[in-house]
Design a protein around this ligand. Structure first.
Ligand code: F6P
Length: 484
């Protein structure tokens, strides 16, 4: 249910993320409505916001004038306006042309532009102001991701009464890479405004603490980073901030249940039939992003075809690439490279009626995703670097039948939890080829055992457990919470 709200009432839980949890859908007649965004974060936040006075501050996803706040399922949505120039400089520029490549091991060259940094600072300030407008005295504020790293300190300056948490959905790089950032000290100072900083892996938390030590002179004792607040630019209030790994997850139960429905099972059979019922369906589903290792995967697969280890009548690779950040040049270049690579592989190896690679540049609703997972004998998750990779966990949750095999890059956060997967190094093409063949041909009983172990793991650490754990750590910060 949606309604507009015009009171400036205050909320005891405020979530801030670059995007709102809804997408605007414009009908043929021009009327626009809001649809809940797909994805686990929204589901997780729904669960923690339920029954509380909660608000969500975020960008509505289009350029333009500010939209009035409105209510959805009892949560106040507070849209933040970005102009076309701000989207270019803040979102496409600093977030996705500077921070994203820097935090993903410089897979492509980050650009360090002063005008982008100025926009990032301005928009983070705008977020902080929008948050304080809705936050009740003593409220908990949960800030998400790399787009909003300055918000914690800005908030603390404006409202020292708030309890402030930040969670990084992507990796935090080693100080050797992070140190490239001309504004590195400002980013660290921004984050140290929080009470609790959550990361995907212990390595990410460690990288952050090491950066604070080397670049600000902070010290770390256990999981608390202490900083006297002074650096070259200013002397400030001392900070004690807890940092820890709280790996994110998915809504296991709802995906498991969806994949059991007869409609999804029937659709999975249909998908296999449309592919010509090959012995093996290999699947890749990723945002079209250079971090995902799609080119490495295609390279390995084309060599398997060339070597004769797989044939297009026996196996099909279904590669789905969801359109993403299409105005950023590195993404446009990647798309052209993948188009060419798929064209080349199919030209060389397809036979009439059996394409070697079925490539789709589309996004799909969750029912179709569940059917694709159920139809796939092998899921190829081969990122060069990935904070977590929720697709790997979604595949596992969909395989209620104990079938399927997961090939998973060591460079994902998920690999730290999903050790029963077929782990691979995507840079090692020979090794990746061997791992794909192993996943295709391992004895079914052994494969099943792996999948059941993976399912136990994802079921016990689902997105609700993640959100509870995060909030408990935030409430207890900076003191260490109990072991529960
Ligand atoms: O976790 C990384 C992230 O930037 C999320 O914030 C976002 O949901 C996803 O990747 C997609 O990116 P974008 O919001 O830039 O389309």
């Amino acid at each position: 249910p949606q309604s507009t709200v015009d009171d400036r009432s205050t909320f005891d839980l405020v979530v801030a993320a670059n995007r709102l949890p809804v997408d605007r859908v414009v009908d043929d007649d021009g009327t626009s409505t809001w649809q809940t965004s797909p994805g686990g974060l929204v589901t997780a936040m729904d669960s923690v916001m339920e029954g509380r006075e909660a608000a969500w501050v975020g960008w509505a996803g289009d350029p333009g004038e500010s939209i009035e706040p409105f209510a959805r399922d009892g949560v106040r949505l507070q849209p933040l306006a970005l102009s076309a120039d701000e989207i270019r400089d803040y979102y496409e520029g600093f977030c996705n042309g500077t921070l994203w490549p820097l935090y993903h091991d410089v897979i492509v060259q980050p650009h360090y532009r002063r005008s982008w940094w100025a926009a990032y600072r301005r928009i983070n300030q705008r977020f902080a102001e929008a948050i304080v407008e809705v936050a009740a005295h003593g409220a908990t504020v949960w800030v998400h991701d790399y787009q909003l790293q300055l918000v914690p300190a800005l908030l603390r300056d404006l409202r020292p009464d708030l309890r402030i948490g930040w969670f990084n959905h992507i990796p935090f790089p080693s100080v050797e890479l992070f140190g490239q950032l001309p504004w590195r000290a400002s980013v660290l100072r921004g984050l140290l405004g929080a009470d609790f900083l959550g990361f995907q892996r212990a390595t990410d938390a460690g990288n952050f603490a090491r950066a604070c030590h080397q670049l600000l002179g902070a010290t770390r004792t256990g999981d608390v980073v202490s900083w006297d607040g002074a650096d070259d630019d200013r002397s400030g209030v001392p900070r004690r901030v807890r940092v820890a790994a709280v790996p994110i997850s998915i809504d296991f139960t709802s995906l498991d249940q969806l994949a059991r429905t007869s409609a999804v099972r029937e659709r999975a059979r249909e998908i296999r039939a449309s592919l010509g019922n090959p012995e093996t369906v290999l699947l890749g589903i990723d945002r079209l992003d250079y971090t995902k290792g799609i080119r490495h995967r295609l390279r390995a697969y084309s060599e398997l075809l060339a070597d004769g280890d797989v044939t297009p009548t026996q196996a099909t690779l279904l590669q789905i690439a969801t359109p993403s950040r299409e105005r950023v040049s590195a993404y446009r270049e990647l798309r052209a490279q993948i188009d060419a690579q798929v064209g080349r592989i199919n030209g060389d190896h397809s036979v009439i009626g059996a394409a070697a690679v079925e490539y789709l540049h589309h996004s799909y609703p969750k029912e179709e995703m569940a059917a694709l997972f159920l139809a796939a004998d092998v899921l190829l998750v081969t990122p060069l670097r990935d904070g977590m990779n929720l697709v790997a966990k979604e595949y596992v949750a969909s395989r209620w039948d104990g079938g399927g095999a997961l090939v998973l890059s060591e460079f994902t956060g998920a690999a730290h939890e999903l050790s029963s997967a077929f782990l691979c190094n995507p840079h090692d093409i020979a090794g990746l080829k061997r791992t794909i063949l192993e996943a295709m041909h391992e004895h079914p009983a052994a494969k099943r055992k792996r999948m059941l172990a993976l399912r136990r793991r994802v079921r016990s650490n689902d997105v609700f457990a993640w959100a509870r754990k995060y909030l408990a750590a935030l409430e207890a910060a900076p003191a260490k919470p109990g072991a529960s």
